[in-house]
Design a protein around this ligand. Structure first.
Ligand SMILES: Nc1ncnc2c1ncn2[C@@H]1O[C@H](COP(=O)(O)OP(=O)(O)OP(=O)(O)O)[C@@H](O)[C@H]1O
Ligand SMILES: [Mg+2]
Length: 440
């Protein structure tokens, strides 16, 4: 006999679908006896939300189940081609059908058989032929449970996917800001290091030779004095030249001029040292450094802004050397100090603009740097957004919103913490805590 596969759509089906939004119950019956198939079809004919599929060939059951996606499967246990329990095993091991409720519809009413079927994962067991009301109730119950489970799984999957997407987006933004930062740092660092290197050599010539010039000039002046002593009556030509150049003034002023040149050259050397200190391109590895040197170098680079009317108050504790990536930490100080200066300098009406930098050893393993300003402060509602990449309150073109995000990443990389507090007169405060040493 050829396999019989029947799909029944109850007459009222389409109408009831329109009237009732209730989920459809899709039943698949596998039974070799066509008479049973027909009996069940009749029982379900008056149920508008039931779609009925029937298959009398167990060999095709899995394939048909994959195709019609039933919400509940009814299956016989005793069939000519396949053992019913084997079919249960197949349904349960197939990833597409493994969760579909399975009701055994059998002539056998033996507890042992039932127990075996339940052990294999069936959801229910009915003895042929069941009462129509009971059958429909069970089909509905199992279908709903299955549909609810499916909906929950779908919601959870969607939620997990949303979370994954959000995470990926955050990662992307972090990577993007890191890329911009690396690019900014490496080009700024390279430029600073390059300029510092180029200035370093000539300024050393000047500084090194000033000492000799000072000696030579002193010797020449001594010689002039000697001449004046040995030849007290110079010729009129020499006498007139001495008056023209005002020899006494030259002799008095020359050492002063030289000394101010020496101070100037020394200042350039200090700036060059700070620039090199700031960029520290040579130090790609962790180094133990004096944090105060980094802060001072950064302040020196920002001197043009400080000179616009900001008082810097430093309160440095006697800190131990801190193991860190120095150029990166300098970038943290730079970003925070720049923000403080932005806040102070944009308020032209403020009379006394001040930044306080305080360092401290909080315990033997941790140092703390607090940078406070008495500027406009940070409103409570934006406090938790400050470290987000691209968050800025500055006008377009003035702020990228990356400064603090970069600080956060760098401090995190140093296994430290960065916290926002409040400065004097409602200003802002940034507190950075860093471990003194890293144990890998
Ligand atoms: N000291 C401060 N006082 C007041 N607001 C501050 C201070 N520091 C940061 N902010 C606020 O935090 C925001 C984010 O700072 P962040 O340094 O990340 O970006 P930005 O300064 O706007 O731009 P840039 O990338 O150029 O640094 C600023 O736009 C500002 O609103
Ligand atoms: Mg900034």
């Amino acid at each position: 006999m050829p396999p019989e596969i029947v799909t029944k759509s109850p007459e009222a089906f389409s109408e009831s679908t329109i009237l009732s939004p209730a989920p459809q119950i899709v039943v698949l019956l596998i039974d070799d006896q066509i008479i049973i198939g027909e009996a069940i079809r009749r029982m379900l004919a008056s149920e508008p939300d039931v779609i009925f599929h029937y298959c009398n060939d167990a060999a095709q059951a899995i394939h048909l189940a994959e195709e019609v996606a039933p919400t509940v499967i009814l299956q016989d246990l005793v069939m000519p081609n396949i053992d019913g329990l084997m079919l249960v095993r197949q349904f349960r091991s197939n990833p597409i059908t493994c969760n579909i409720p399975l009701i055994v519809l059998s002539t056998k009413d033996e507890p042992k058989v039932k127990a075996e079927a339940f052990a294999l994962g069936i959801n229910d067991y009915l003895v042929k032929l069941p009462d129509k009301i009971e059958l429909v109730a069970r089909l509905r119950y199992h279908s709903r449970a299955y549909l609810n489970h499916q909906a929950q799984t779908a919601a959870l999957t969607a939620q997990a996917q949303t979370q994954k997407l959000e995470q990926a987006l955050q990662e992307l933004r972090k990577t993007q800001s890191q890329l911009i930062q690396t690019e900014k740092m490496s080009s700024l660092g390279q430029m600073v290091a390059g300029v510092a290197h180029e200035i370093n050599n000539p300024v050393n010539f000047i500084y090194g030779n000033l000492k000799h010039i000072e000696n030579y000039i002193q010797e020449l002046l001594d010689l002039v004095h000697l001449y004046q002593e040995e030849y007290p009556q110079p010729s009129t030509k020499i006498q007139s030249y001495i008056e023209t150049i005002d020899l006494d003034f030259v002799a008095q002023d020359l050492p002063k001029t030289l000394s101010s040149m020496k101070i100037g050259a020394d200042r350039i050397r200090q700036i060059v040292l700070s620039l090199r200190n700031f960029s520290r391109l040579d130090q790609a590895e962790m180094k133990r450094v004096n944090l105060h040197e980094g802060i001072d170098s950064t302040l020196l680079i920002l001197n043009h802004r400080i000179k616009q009317g900001i008082t810097i108050i430093k309160s440095y504790y006697d800190l131990p050397l801190v193991e860190c990536y120095p150029a990166q930490l300098n970038q943290v100080f730079m970003n925070i100090l720049n923000n403080a200066m932005d806040a102070l300098l944009e308020d032209s009406g403020k009379a006394h603009k001040q930044i306080t930098i305080q360092t401290e050893l909080t315990n033997s393993h941790q140092v703390q740097v607090r940078i406070q300003d008495n500027g406009c402060g940070i409103p409570l509602e934006i406090k938790n957004k400050l470290f987000d990449p691209f968050f800025t309150t500055k006008p377009v073109g003035q702020g990228t919103g990356l400064g603090l995000a970069i600080c956060y990443q760098i401090v995190e990389k140093h296994q430290g913490e960065i916290e926002i507090g409040s400065g004097p007169e409602g200003g802002a405060e940034f507190i950075i805590r860093l471990p003194v040493q890293h144990f890998s």
